[in-house]
Design a protein around this ligand. Structure first.
Ligand SMILES: CC(C)(COP(=O)(O)OP(=O)(O)OC[C@H]1O[C@@H](n2cnc3c(N)ncnc32)[C@H](O)[C@@H]1OP(=O)(O)O)[C@@H](O)C(=O)NCCC(=O)NCCS
Length: 155
């Protein structure tokens, strides 16, 4: 199940962030800000009443931007990432025209997840991350949804 993030989820969310990211991990203050920011929409995935993943999306004008997304490492490969993405694309439908995100070029796992839902690589940002790695800019267009809907949203 995916639901909106609440204050009491923050310790779990921070732990998941820290175990998945080094320099890009978000701390307690950052997640707390998202809970009250008008353009931010933070969600958690819950399995057996435990928070096992999260995603934060910003809506600015007609664009959604996935700011951060992660799944508890012990739960990788069990479909939680897919559940978060399916929820998010449904949530954003009708609110934005496109969804953007940055991902490390080496993050094959995340790139495949996004591609599976119809995101395409539309750019590359050299040295985007603090260790010098490039980011790939990926985009999902709702106008192209029809061609992806079968695989992405109903599976
Ligand atoms: C990327 C991440 C969110 C995926 O979550 P997950 O719950 O493991 O993903 P799922 O089990 O739903 O699998 C979704 C898809 O990921 C891809 N995937 C899963 N396991 C994979 C593997 N071992 N190798 C490559 N791709 C894999 C597949 O495309 C899979 O879909 P499929 O099973 O239909 O082929 C998770 O690995 C994670 O938290 N990574 C660290 C944080 C991160 O990189 N966040 C994204 C930053 S932009």
């Amino acid at each position: 199940m995916v639901r909106r993030m609440r204050e009491e989820d923050i310790p779990d969310v921070v732990r998941i962030s820290e175990e998945n990211f080094s320099t890009e991990a978000w701390g307690e203050a950052a997640f707390r800000r998202e809970l009250t920011s008008p353009h931010s929409h933070p969600f958690v995935a819950v399995v057996n009443q435990k928070v096992v993943g999260y995603v934060v999306v910003w809506i600015l004008y007609d664009e959604g931007t996935i700011m951060t997304l992660a799944v508890d490492r012990s739960m990788w490969g069990k479909g939680v990432g897919k559940e978060l993405m399916r929820f998010l694309l449904k949530f954003l439908r009708g609110k934005v025209k496109k969804v953007l995100l940055d991902v490390r070029k080496s993050n094959v796992r995340a790139i495949r997840l996004y591609q599976r839902f119809g995101f395409r690589i539309v750019g590359e940002r050299p040295g985007y991350y603090s260790d010098g790695e490039n980011a790939l800019l990926m985009e999902y267009l709702y106008t192209e949804e029809v061609s992806h809907e079968g695989q992405a949203l109903s599976s």
